[in-house]
Structure formats: C-alpha cells, structure tokens
Design a protein. Structure first.
Length: 314
C-alpha cells in the first residue's frame, strides 16, 4: 500500500472477543505498520457484546474503532431470538456491558445492527428505542439466508419490512427538515450514495478490495465465505491469487446476473449480497427495488427542502 491510501481492518466472527488477545495484538501491529508506511488505517469490530468489558471499551476508544453491536430487537424480542445457551435472555446483559461505551464514545462510534426476521417486525419502535439508548446509528438487515433455514424472510415478511422501513425513513425526513439528528443508517447511507452518484456493478467490495481471513491465514471473497473452497482467494503468505479473483469477480458482475441485467436498479443494488444470492437466490428483489424507489423520492424531497443536509454530510 502506498502512503496516503486507506485500509480498513474489521474483526468479525463468530464472536471476536472470544479471542481478545489476538484482536488486540493484531490491532497494535496494524497501527504500527500503518504509521510506519503512512497508510490511513480504520478499525472496526462486530460483536454481540455479551463479553465486553470496560477495558475493551477503553481499547476501542483509544484506537477509534467503529463498533457494531448485533441486536435482534428490544428486551423480550431480542431475548427470544438470542438467548444464552441456558435459555436466559441476553438483552439486559448486553445493555449493562454497552452502556459505559455509549457514554464514553468520542473517537469510537458505537452502532447497532438489527437482524430482521418474521418475529421482530416492529422497526419504527425498535429504531426509536435503540437511538434513545445513545447508539451512534441504527440499521436493519433482513435475514435472507440462515444456516438452518429458520427465521428467513419471505415475501410477506419483506413486504411488511418495506412498509416499516419507509415509515422509519419518513421519521428521518421529518427530523432532517427540523435539523435534528436521526441516526437511521439505512437511509443515511442511501442518501450519501445517491448524492455522490454511486454507480456500481457489484453490491460490495467482496473479492476486490475486501477479503475475509480465516484463522489459518486463508483468504476468501468475504467473511461469510471463510473456509469455503469455492470462494477461496489465496492466502496471507502468497497474497491474492489473481486467477481465482478474476474468475470470481467476472462471474458475479451485475451484467452477467439474471434478472439483474434487465433491472432498472442494477447499478444501485449491484446484484445483492453474493453469499445470500449463492445460497438462497433472490427472494428480496421486490423489497430492494421498493426501498430504492423510496430512497430516490426521499433524496429529491430533501435536496429541495433541506439542501444543508447534503452540505454537512458530504
């Protein structure tokens, strides 16, 4: 990497804090290498927060981590979907461990990511309650592919989710016009991308500028493909294998996906999450098109009624 270039190092799992020593040692090594080479390093971790300690919070703050806490709702709703092994709910424990970080975040940013299933379709209320807890931002992601097939979203659930996502978006529109911060990350990201004129043939950087790294140093197209030979990309010793990378990317380009290449939203969507498409197909196309249609409308309205928003968020 050349001086001035950007690198992001993200820790995901499983649960990254199960191996806290490796997370910290890797962070310190990356910080030292970035400083020596002039590379701009950003750090991120996704955690279920059940193992967080005050010292973890201090470490993440010191290094300016983007911390994403995985939630499945508020209170009993989360507890039903994510109990501990003994059946006890985990939400109260998570809040106890996260609250000190929420109070101390300055360099770090603590966000929440809510996985949406047919059992927790209460998005506007969930969004407001999590924002009120002090999270920097809150986003929703439908469960489209699970290892057991349970709690996956189908058409009825996705229709309900779209309606509620648009309601959440409306709340953010009102807040923007009133010059109040409303940290609904799905719409924040969409508005930023539309304002930049995003035009993409892939849904993300998987296999291009983003790779998953397994415990034994194998590279894969992203963290969701770790230990999947079909999506291997080389290893840390030899680096990225150009032939594997080229073949994988050419197969996933939106021009070679159906029904993507005939879809009006193809360069906004990029074809959908590679992992979900490979393992489940495309059950969410109508949901994605509906959400993007709303985002385009919201962008036009806010550009007219609240142009200052794009000046401050650019």
């Amino acid at each position: 990497m050349a001086a001035g270039e950007k690198v992001n190092l993200s820790f995901l799992g499983g649960e990254p804090l199960l191996n806290r020593d490796v997370l910290r040692a890797t962070t310190e090594a990356a910080v030292a290498k970035a400083r020596a080479s002039g590379v701009r390093l950003s750090l991120a971790v996704t955690t279920n927060a059940t193992l967080l300690t005050p010292d973890d919070g201090d470490f993440f703050e010191r290094h300016g981590f983007a911390v994403t806490v995985s939630l499945d709702g508020i209170g009993d709703t989360h507890d039903q979907l994510r109990p501990f092994k003994n059946g006890r709910g985990s939400f109260a424990t998570i809040l106890d461990r996260v609250r000190p970080m929420l109070a101390s975040q300055r360099r770090m940013q603590v966000s929440a990511r809510v996985t949406v299933t047919p059992r927790n379709l209460h998005l506007p209320e969930t969004l407001d309650q999590i924002i009120a807890l002090g999270f920097h931002s809150v986003g929703f992601s439908p469960m489209l592919s699970s290892s057991t097939g349970s709690d996956e979203m189908h058409s009825a659930g996705l229709d309900a989710m779209l309606e509620q996502m648009i309601e959440c978006g409306g709340r953010m529109e009102n807040a923007v016009v009133a010059r109040r911060r409303y940290a609904f990350s799905n719409l924040v990201t969409a508005l930023e991308q539309l304002h930049r004129g995003t035009h993409r043939p892939y849904p993300c950087g998987a296999g291009a500028g983003y790779f998953g790294v397994s415990a034994d140093g194998q590279l894969s197209a992203c963290h969701r493909f770790v230990n999947d030979p079909a999506d291997a990309m080389g290893d840390l010793e030899q680096g990225v294998a150009p032939d594997l990378q080229s073949r994988w990317l050419s197969q996933r380009h939106v021009h070679y996906q159906q029904p993507c290449r005939d879809c009006w939203a193809r360069y906004l969507c990029g074809g959908g999450c590679h992992h979900e498409v490979i393992h489940r197909g495309r059950p969410a196309c109508d949901y994605i098109r509906g959400w993007l249609h709303y985002c385009l409308e919201a962008y036009g309205l806010l550009l007219s009624s609240a142009p200052w928003y794009f000046e401050t968020s650019a």
